[in-house]
Ligand binder design. Structure first.
Ligand SMILES: [Zn+2]
Ligand SMILES: [Zn+2]
Length: 357
């Protein structure tokens, strides 16, 4: 089935990013992405959506407008919400997370809790902006892997971490924090569907150290790292409205996985299930008939781990993992690969929800 890759969390000069809408789109085209969603802080810009042709590469990329909304009167500014597929500014609902979720849903959009748990970084990055208002319902999902949250933690001491990371970007980006994975499993255990996405949260900000100034993690680099891969039922339309609808459907259904393209691209990764004559893919609900066969196939050898209800039930190094179960459960797959001397997160699929008949 057709697979497209996009980035669902990034910032431009419309808020606190360093690149214009066009510069960011060009960087995404160079990185090989198919679509991006602009998510500037509490900011809405009209007239940007649609196909963008990058002159240098000749590639076209679909640009969508969204927002990252939080109550800016709070100190610190907690509870960041990524709002996608909306058509106007929803910042007016920022003060109440549940009202914001309801407003996004009424507007026909999707919303994801951004960087739901964070760890402190260095200096100004020591502030954390987790999600704390968990008494909510109706949201689409969570941002399981936020690249900048990961980078911030990795560079938490000036020497050697920040200096090494500024010059060896390959050294950063590990995996979603275990506490975020545990939180996701905890939410899934309540019986709700919670779609996981990955985002860059790219700002392309510059940092100075003595006489040296360096743009740490430019857009193009981060767009080659943590992205969301969507599985479509047919190729992406050239019509903006139709393409937007296809992306919306795949995301809302959880027909997607998070991939780290640095080691290298996990394009082609699959996670499917079969019970009786019925098949399912990630994001789907499957009614258990006697037994279920779960199957992950990888384009590259990797450590494949099958998680059932938050517990690893099978793992294997290779390009394929098959498992049979007679019990219902929420099944998802994690894949890890060696990169620069360390085991790194590579793929985190959305679950297949196997329910009792
Ligand atoms: Zn944020
Ligand atoms: Zn952000």
């Amino acid at each position: 089935m057709p697979e497209i890759i996009g980035n669902l969390h990034l910032h431009t000069t419309a808020s606190d990013g360093a690149g214009t809408h066009d510069e960011v789109a060009s960087a995404a085209a160079r990185a090989g992405l198919d679509f991006i969603v602009y998510t500037d802080h509490n900011t809405w810009v009209d007239g940007v959506e649609g196909w963008y042709q990058d002159a240098a590469t000749g590639r076209s990329i679909l640009r969508l407008m969204g927002q990252e909304i939080n109550d800016q009167r709070l100190d610190p500014e907690l509870n960041h919400m990524l709002c996608h597929f909306i058509s106007h500014d929803l910042n007016g609902a920022a003060a109440d997370p549940q009202r914001l979720i309801d407003t996004v849903n009424q507007a026909g959009g999707l919303c994801f809790l951004a960087h739901p748990l964070e760890r402190p970084g260095l200096r100004a990055a020591a502030e954390t902006y987790p999600w704390i208002s968990w008494d909510i319902c109706g949201y689409t999902g969570i941002e399981l892997w936020n690249a900048m949250t990961d980078v911030k933690w990795r560079l938490r001491t000036l020497w050697p971490r920040a200096v090494a990371g500024a010059y060896l970007p390959q050294w950063v980006l590990t995996a979603p924090f275990p506490e975020v994975l545990a939180k996701w499993d905890e939410l899934l255990a309540t019986g709700q569907k919670v779609v996981a996405i990955g985002g860059s949260d790219a700002h392309a900000m510059s940092f100075s150290l003595g006489p040296l100034t360096r743009t740490v993690y430019p857009y193009e680099y981060l767009f080659k790292a943590v992205n969301t891969h969507l599985i479509l039922s047919e190729g992406l339309s050239h019509d903006t409205q139709q393409a937007q609808q296809q992306i919306y459907q795949a995301l809302s259904a959880g027909h997607c996985f998070i991939g780290n393209s640095l080691i290298p691209s996990p394009r082609g990764f699959e996670f499917t299930a079969q019970s009786g004559s019925t098949g399912a893919m990630m994001g789907d609900t499957l009614i258990l008939q006697d037994a279920v066969e779960l199957r992950a196939t990888s384009p590259q050898p990797a450590l494949l781990r099958l998680i059932q209800d938050g517990r690893c039930v099978a793992q294997q190094v290779g390009t394929e993992l098959t498992w049979h179960s007679r019990r219902p459960g929420v099944f998802r797959v994690e894949a890890y690969r060696q990169y620069w001397g360390e085991l790194r997160g590579w793929v985190f699929t959305n679950p297949i929800y196997v329910r009792a008949a």
